[in-house]
Design a protein around this ligand. Structure first.
Ligand SMILES: [Zn+2]
Length: 306
């Protein structure tokens, strides 16, 4: 039964592999949740029509007046205002599109967009009942090196909207081209894409078994060492209250988490923050991005009314 007193966030997370969506209530509990492959969206000529077909049944079932807004978490580069999608390396023809405006016109509801890593960070702070005052840093290691930060519960976007792109810090001497458009990014030496290549070309194994079968291999450990350097760099600059670590790579079977944390600490100054920095492991919940997008929508709507 749908209570007329209930209001919902209609929440969508579009990742490189999966598209997750559903309704989240105002206490950030999932009312329903769906997960489908992103490929359908990626192949769709008309992205707005695809989203409209996907989301309209919720509006029909729950009533337009009970939907607070449509809120989305995206693995895309966006403007600071979070209205425009500049590029989405993992989704076909999803670039240079004023998504918020087009979707608002099509759906007749407010649309709020945010980078997926930022919504994941908001979700984990909320889920784990952590203090969100000061600086909280999040690192989510998946296909790429996702990075986020909050200052006093507010996502830090930077002057142009492109803050925290940790995967794209430069490595001296590295000339390989990154799909962000520049060369020598640290993401080329670590993360899921590198593991997939190592698994296919070097170890000839399934990538999901790579740490289980080859956990002591130096080439594999080097990918973790580079990850540690990126994370230590971020901690050195920010000195955050704590760091949330998550993402598909961290969750892989036999991922050397202790080795990673030791390597990060070795690259930090003594005695602080090396001895004091706290690492919090993300929940790995499937619905993190969808609920995180609802938390972000609440924050954005509150900011608007302040
Ligand atoms: Zn790059």
């Amino acid at each position: 039964m749908v209570s007329l007193n209930n209001k919902y966030y209609l929440s969508v997370e579009i990742g490189g592999t999966n598209l997750r969506y559903g309704l989240v209530d105002t206490s950030f509990s999932l009312v329903n949740f769906h997960k489908i492959p992103t490929i359908g969206f990626s192949n769709a000529e008309d992205k707005i029509k695809y989203l409209k077909d996907l989301l309209t049944p919720f509006i029909d079932d729950y009533g337009r007046d009970n939907i607070i807004c449509i809120t989305m978490a995206l693995a895309s580069l966006m403007d600071k205002e979070r209205t425009m999608i500049y590029s989405s390396p993992m989704i076909r023809r999803f670039e240079n599109i004023p998504l918020a405006k087009l979707l608002e016109e099509s759906m007749g509801l407010p649309v709020i967009l945010e980078r997926d890593v930022n919504t994941l960070l908001l979700y984990e702070i909320n889920k784990q009942n952590r203090d969100s005052s000061g600086i909280v840093s999040g690192v989510f290691v998946g296909t790429g090196l996702g990075s986020a930060m909050c200052i006093n519960s507010q996502i830090y976007k930077g002057a142009s909207g492109a803050a925290c792109e940790l995967g794209h810090i430069p490595v001296p001497g590295l000339t390989q081209k990154c799909n962000c458009g520049k060369k020598g990014c640290i993401e080329l030496l670590t993360c899921g894409k590198v593991l997939e290549k190592l698994a296919a070309e070097h170890f000839k194994c399934n990538v999901k078994d790579i740490f289980k079968l080859h956990g002591k291999d130096e080439r594999l450990l080097d990918t973790v060492r580079y990850l540690a350097i990126a994370i230590a760099t971020k901690i050195t600059i920010l000195d955050p209250n704590y760091v949330i670590l998550g993402g598909g790579v961290i969750e892989m079977e036999d991922f050397p988490l202790e080795f990673l944390i030791n390597e990060i600490r070795e690259n930090l100054r003594v005695p602080k923050p090396r001895e004091t920095i706290e690492f919090v492991i993300a929940s790995g919940d499937d619905e993190a991005g969808v609920i995180g997008a609802a938390i972000n929508a609440k924050n954005q709507l509150l900011n608007k009314h302040e």
